[in-house]
Design a protein around this ligand. Structure first.
Ligand code: BG6
Length: 483
């Protein structure tokens, strides 16, 4: 449940994540009256500035202030927000932060004092910050929680080191590891779609399903983020976390309950049935200049001979009775022709005989943009004939739930963390098994045991490498035409 008397501390308050995600989410929650009573937001970063300057920045992070109601709420919100500057590696800075928090808390009437620390910080300071927060800023009279974001290491070993170091200060129960895909409306919907519909769950296995694709497409390159990106690459940036999370919920067995531990137990179980990815099941790409846009290597922050993939398609196999033999193709790319994230489940061919050349059914769950679930079905073309046509049973949210508000992933997750609900956060063993699946292929790409593979080029703004169609076809995907 939501605790009153909570101070939310955003560490890295002047950084990109805070600006794009954390503050807008906090403000939207405040505007909708969803934050705890008496909440305060403290920004912390190295940059020196006073509250007035900090408030100016918050204003610049928030959209929609032409609306008088929003503008009024923003003024209220700023009244609850204060700023304090300090370093990330020295105890006195954190003592100073603690004094600041205590001053705020002295206005609370009852005794409970809860603190939520949001680390919107680069990984290089995760450990000292976690340590100092525990040693200098830990509330003795309430709940303490810490939110951290990827990258959680770079491979199995470094992830274990990082988690081990953090665990010295913060227990699993106090730790909330964000994978923001778990906060997305359509990802949360997977539990309901899968387990509340016999019509779907009856055919949810290798007997009915031919192949599954989980696709992430972005229409922009690494512009400005090349330094970060080149160290990680598309697999660590998107596949090992966001797409694998989607895969685990899509394929896990039905949890005994919707409790965080029951759900995460099932996710871990299915992930453990996936062996490490094979090189042969992988296609890597890197975008090159086209359509007036620069190539990846034209980015000044990227080494000129980088072989870092900006596109990857990899096929995973689940060795359990439900999924044996079904390929799960994860693909993600930057600088493609469109923005789209979707799950595409392609069913097997209908038995031939009375039908010839009839399309396969496909169930598509579009995560973004324009949330939708649609099922490609064959139906008789109306009229005095017996011709079949493939069409869609279409649940597009904009039409079906026109007035519904779809909250941003970060809003949903911050609220969960405030409530202490771990369901949509990544558990330590889940992270471990995710790294096990990807570490060998990542070491190969990193050139740890021989020369790095060279990604194939694809033009900025294209559908991806031209090899992609053949790659998908190899796993049995057949293009379906909608009439
Ligand atoms: C982040 C990646 O985790 O997810 C980014 O680091 C990517 O590279 C982003 O752009 C995508 O998130 P969303 O919510 O826009 O799909």
């Amino acid at each position: 449940e939501l605790k009153d008397n909570t101070v939310i501390v955003v560490l890295g308050a002047s950084g990109d994540l805070a600006k794009k995600k954390t503050y807008p989410a906090l403000f939207n929650l405040y505007k909708d009256g969803l934050l705890p009573k008496d909440v305060h937001v403290v920004g912390y970063a190295r940059t020196k500035m006073d509250d007035a300057e900090y408030h100016k920045r918050i204003t610049s992070y928030i959209k929609g202030t032409e609306d008088p109601e929003t503008a009024k709420k923003l003024e209220e919100f700023k009244g609850l927000a204060s700023y304090i500057s300090g370093g990330y590696e020295d105890a006195p800075s954190f003592q100073n932060l603690n004094n600041h928090i205590e001053k705020i808390e002295s206005s609370y009437e009852d005794k409970e004092r809860n603190r939520l620390f949001y680390l919107a910080l680069p990984p290089s300071v995760f450990i000292p910050v976690a340590q100092h927060l525990k040693e200098e800023c830990y509330s003795k009279g309430g709940k303490n929680r810490i939110i951290i974001e990827k990258p959680f290491g770079k491979d199995l070993e470094s992830s274990r080191q990082l988690l081990g170091a953090l665990k010295r200060y913060w227990s699993e129960n106090e730790t909330f590891r964000i994978d923001h895909y778990l906060g997305k409306e359509m990802v949360k919907n997977l539990l309901v779609l899968r387990f509340a519909n016999v019509a779907l769950s009856a055919g949810w296995d290798k007997n009915s399903i031919s192949n599954v694709q989980i696709t992430f497409k972005e229409p922009f390159g690494t512009e400005g983020r090349g330094g970060y990106f080149d160290e990680f690459g598309i697999i660590r940036d998107v596949l090992q976390n966001h797409l694998l999370q989607v895969l685990s919920i899509l394929t896990m067995e039905r949890p005994v309950s919707f409790s965080a531990e029951d759900i995460r137990d099932e996710k871990v179980k299915v992930l453990r049935a996936i062996p490490p990815i094979e090189r042969n099941d992988t296609l890597l790409g890197q975008y090159v200049a086209a359509n007036g846009k620069p190539g990846y290597l034209d980015d000044d922050t990227v080494p000129h001979n980088s072989v870092c993939p900006t596109f990857a398609a990899t096929t995973l196999w689940i060795h359990n009775p439900r999924w044996e033999g079904v390929p799960f193709i994860l693909k993600a790319g930057k600088a493609l022709n469109e923005a789209k994230v979707e799950i595409r489940i392609q069913y097997k061919d209908v038995t031939q005989g009375i039908f010839k050349d009839i399309s396969r059914n496909e169930l598509v769950i579009r995560i973004q943009p324009s949330e939708a679930v649609y099922l490609k079905l064959n139906t008789k073309l109306p009229g005095l004939n017996m011709r079949a046509v493939t069409t869609e049973m279409d649940l597009t949210y904009k039409r079906r739930f026109a007035d519904a508000k779809i909250h941003e992933a970060y809003e949903s997750l911050i609220l969960d963390a405030l409530k202490g609900d771990h369901s949509n956060f990544v558990r330590d063993d889940e992270l471990d098994v995710a790294w096990k699946i990807f570490t060998p292929i990542l070491h190969w790409i990193d050139g740890k045991n021989g020369p790095s593979p060279k990604p194939v080029p694809y033009p900025y703004g294209s559908r991806g490498p031209k090899e992609l169609d053949a790659f998908i076809a190899k796993y049995g995907y057949v293009r379906t035409e909608t009439g």
